[in-house]
Design a protein around this ligand. Structure first.
Ligand SMILES: *Cc1c(COP(=O)(O)O)cnc(C)c1O
Length: 405
């Protein structure tokens, strides 16, 4: 392979997004090649032995190494400013692999309240293997510090949180993690490195659901873990190699091409989401709008120190006399949509709307849901790349027809 395209250290973000990680074959293809092969051949018995012993480089088997997967990994690592990246089959398998790599029976994990619902279910599964999780408010660093125990092995959060868009202070949490010698793990799915680079703000490990903005068009599942060379090679790699939560080369190719347009997509998602959030503020029956780039967001100032823009996701709360009426009003808005898709996915060019309390966060205990700020009147919109005026018009229909209060 011709490695002259592998990347310049001085390239800017947008250039890295298009160029980093490219390794051209002898055919001179301009767009990146896709390697759909499960295994790789060796020159001789001796060569095979050297590769298996780790004495010679080169690919062996796609469960733990493939050129197209490496393209995606190296490109994303360049964008996050990480030493290394390892791709996984999904966002959940990325989080699972990090947990498996850092914890064992008798250990303890601290996780933010208001993370992706399935992440909470995953931590619940790990209780079976003797790993206990404490949940703390994402925006209260003192609560994180107070929750640390001698057997705590990692701190885990998303910022902005899902779906309530609370901001975790990455600098403050990194200081706590460092004081105790444990890694701070950030799920950077909502912002992507185009808007926020957690490793620069003190985080140790970044995880992604590449299914969302990294693909950007709702086509494939994928995930990624990013961090130091030492963590990747010594701690994570055995889990990936022996458990096999491997990203397919086909998906890796799509995801690598998705990264090429990430920056301009995230800019437009953010501009449109801000326009929709501002419009929602003016609508009758809307009690509250949550979006980090609104001046009214309680952590707007902190968000501006960590993020370049607000991202695609906003949440708003509909008024009602009681929970039943709040839910009815929220469902009416969902059911009146003709443009917005009723689906829990996000990070797509197509805008989506969900009622978290009855879908993504429906399996959470009622108390935990309330503590995460997810009420019956809350709706989450992931703003896509349609014209924001059409998105507002779609929401207006259901807001107009809401039940009398
Ligand atoms: C979707 C999502 C995940 C899980 O990713 P999958 O690719 O669906 O497994 C994890 N974290 C966040 C924030 C997500 O939105």
């Amino acid at each position: 392979m011709d490695k002259t395209q592998a990347g310049g250290d001085d390239w800017q973000f947008d250039t890295l997004a298009v160029r980093a990680g490219t390794e051209r074959t002898g055919f001179g293809e301009h767009t990146e090649a896709m390697f759909l092969t499960s295994s790789f051949v060796h020159d001789s018995a001796e060569h095979a032995a050297a590769k298996f012993a780790g004495e010679a480089g080169g690919f062996i088997y796609s469960r733990f190494g493939n050129p197209t997967v490496r393209l995606f990994e190296n490109r994303l690592a360049a964008l996050e400013g990480a030493d290394e990246c390892r791709a996984t089959a999904s966002g959940m398998s990325a989080i699972m692999s990090v947990l498996m790599s850092l914890t064992g029976s008798g250990d303890h994990v601290i996780c933010a309240k208001g993370v992706f619902g399935t992440t909470i279910q995953l931590f619940g599964l790990f209780a079976r293997y003797g790993i206990e999780t404490s949940y703390v408010p994402v925006s209260d660093p003192d609560a994180w510090a107070a929750a640390v125990r001698p057997n705590t092995r990692l701190l885990f959060l998303e910022t902005p949180s899902n779906p309530s868009t609370e901001i975790g202070d990455l600098g403050a949490l990194a200081a706590i993690a460092q004081r105790h010698g444990i890694p701070l793990v950030v799920d950077n799915c909502f912002c992507t490195p185009a808007l926020q680079r957690p490793l620069e703000l003190g985080a140790d490990i970044v995880v992604h659901s590449a299914t969302k903005h990294l693909d950007g068009q709702g086509r494939v599942l994928g995930g990624a873990v990013l961090g130091s060379h030492k963590y990747m090679s010594e701690t994570l790699q055995p889990v990936l190699r022996y458990c096999g939560p491997t990203l397919s080369a086909f998906n890796a190719w799509l995801l690598a091409k998705g990264l090429e347009t990430l920056s301009i997509r995230m800019q437009r998602h953010s501009e449109s989401a801000l326009a929709v959030a501002r419009w929602l503020l003016e609508q009758p029956g809307v009690e509250r709008v949550r979006y980090p780039w609104l001046a009214s967001h309680p952590q707007h100032a902190l968000a501006r120190t960590q993020q370049r823009a607000g991202g695609a996701v906003l949440a708003f709360d509909l008024a009602g006399d009681d929970d039943a009426q709040r839910r009815a009003n929220a469902w009416r808005v969902v059911d009146a949509c003709r443009l917005l898709s009723i689906t829990a996915n996000l990070g797509d060019v197509k805008s989506t709307i969900t009622h978290p309390a009855s879908t993504t966060h429906g399996r959470m205990a009622v108390q935990a849901r309330a503590e995460a700020g997810i009420g019956e009147g809350m709706l989450r919109v992931a703003v896509g790349l349609e014209d924001p005026a059409d998105i507002c018009a779609d929401l207006a229909r259901g807001l107009r027809d809401r039940a009398p209060t």
